[in-house]
Ligand binder design. Structure first.
Ligand SMILES: Cc1cc2nc3c(=O)[nH]c(=O)nc-3n(C[C@H](O)[C@H](O)[C@H](O)COP(=O)(O)OP(=O)(O)OC[C@H]3O[C@@H](n4cnc5c(N)ncnc54)[C@H](O)[C@@H]3O)c2cc1C
Length: 385
């Protein structure tokens, strides 16, 4: 167990901020929320058995470690409702997050732009509409492919596409690392163990919850925030909540492009090229990330992997001839019969912030802000009693 206990929180003279908060799950959502809450001055403990564990090069990874980190916010087709507002808010918050988290020992940036290629005349016409209503958010119609001799042709440009200048990609592994460093500076306590059981402590006590950990220890907290993706359901069931989540598998691969004479530096390529749900992401000279599949089941399907590499029959020869140098998979967490994500205050001191399905990285800042607001409101009502 890693525990840095005796902490001094000089920055929180306000009584309400001394409440103790445990966050279960240190993926992007849990880590981002822990950092945000500690910035607000709360006393935060982050619990996850994977804290400080190295990321596997291949095979199964956690959702965040498997993620491509694509930030597809402003190209979202709807302009109303919670899903749009969360995306808009996150995209608004990301530049500030990156400025605060970026440091010499952990460079962090968002690569722009994101280009979506249309698949049909009908899709091209929808893109045309979006470019008119979202030009103030950096969206414009793609006129032509930028070409360059050292670069590689795009797979399909027949119907044109859309450029989203403010959407793009953040490296989710760098994000997690930068959050770790930033949390250390703010004295966020980390426990490298899993929560086996959440016990509600009867009223009259200062602490409302006791967490029983796999390392045999137990700790009391006033507020619990559950960010444990697919494992959240099992943690909540004994407390009387039924919030089913389905794991949805996604495969990602990294290829190396064969090039006898030139180094491919991807000039003329956007940060993300998206075709029919598949994202192509330049990842250094001659390297490209391709992902992700959407699969049911526990194990990656080889046929889906082949279709991914082949871009469902649309891959140009240079991509067909490339060599797979890495492949991994992870599980998204999809709420059943409810829209993603699950942002719910279940009862005083018990908050659920999970089930982000395909957009957990994108929605991390808006989620953290939502949790912070809810805890703040709760603190106010406690202290005004
Ligand atoms: C292949 C793939 C590609 C993706 N691409 C994108 C993308 O381009 N853009 C995007 O925005 N999103 C993408 N996603 C989705 C995104 O990765 C997830 O929505 C996001 O990572 C969810 O983050 P999280 O913190 O909620 O969950 P996770 O990253 O899954 O973290 C949950 C954590 O909870 C911990 N945990 C579980 N149970 C317990 C317990 N009992 N006690 C303590 N800790 C526990 C786990 O160890 C884990 O570290 C992708 C997902 C996949 C699989």
């Amino acid at each position: 167990m890693i525990l840095n206990n005796q902490r001094q929180r000089a920055s929180s003279p306000d009584k309400k901020l001394t409440q103790t908060i445990a966050i279960i799950g240190a993926g992007a959502v849990g880590s981002g929320t822990a950092w945000h809450l500690s910035e607000l001055g709360y006393d935060v403990t982050l619990i996850d058995p994977q804290i400080s564990q190295p990321v596997k090069q291949s095979g199964k990874r956690s959702g965040t470690n498997a993620s491509l980190g694509v930030l597809m916010g402003y190209v979202f087709r709807r302009s109303t409702g919670r899903a749009w507002h969360l995306r808009e808010r996150s995209m608004h918050l990301w530049p500030t997050w990156v400025t605060k988290l970026n440091q010499i020992s952990c460079p962090l940036k968002i690569n722009h732009p994101l280009i979506q290629l249309a698949n049909s005349e009908a899709e091209a016409s929808l893109m045309n509409e979006l470019s008119k209503t979202r030009s103030h958010l950096g969206i414009e119609l793609l006129k032509h492919q930028i070409s360059n001799k050292q670069s590689k042709s795009w797979p399909q440009t027949k119907y044109g596409g859309l450029i989203s200048n403010r959407d793009g990609r953040i490296d989710s592994l760098s994000l997690k690392k930068c959050l770790e460093i930033a949390m250390k500076k703010l004295n966020v306590q980390t426990i490298s163990s899993s929560v086996l059981h959440i016990e509600k402590i009867s009223s009259g006590s200062d602490s409302k919850w006791r967490l029983h950990l796999a390392d045999g220890s137990a700790q009391k907290f006033e507020t619990i925030v559950i960010c444990a993706a697919n494992e959240s359901e099992a943690l909540l069931q004994p407390l009387g909540y039924s919030l089913p989540l389905a794991p949805v598998l996604g495969q990602v691969l990294e290829v190396e492009i064969q090039s006898s004479n030139n180094t491919i530096n991807w000039s003329g390529w956007p940060a993300v090229l998206s075709i029919n749900g598949i994202n192509l992401i330049p990842n250094g000279n001659n390297r490209l990330l391709i992902g992700a599949t959407v699969e049911q089941g526990e194990y990656p399907d080889f046929l889906k992997f082949q279709n991914l590499k082949d871009l469902n029959g649309n891959a140009p020869d240079w991509l067909k001839d490339s060599t797979v140098i890495k492949k991994w998979h992870g599980f998204r967490s999809q709420p059943i019969n409810r829209p993603a994500p699950l942002l719910e205050k279940l009862e005083p001191g018990l908050i659920l912030a999970t089930g982000h399905y395909k957009n957990g990285i994108l929605l991390t800042p808006a989620t953290a802000e939502w949790v912070g607001r809810n805890i703040n409101e709760e603190s106010k009502s406690i202290w005004s009693q």
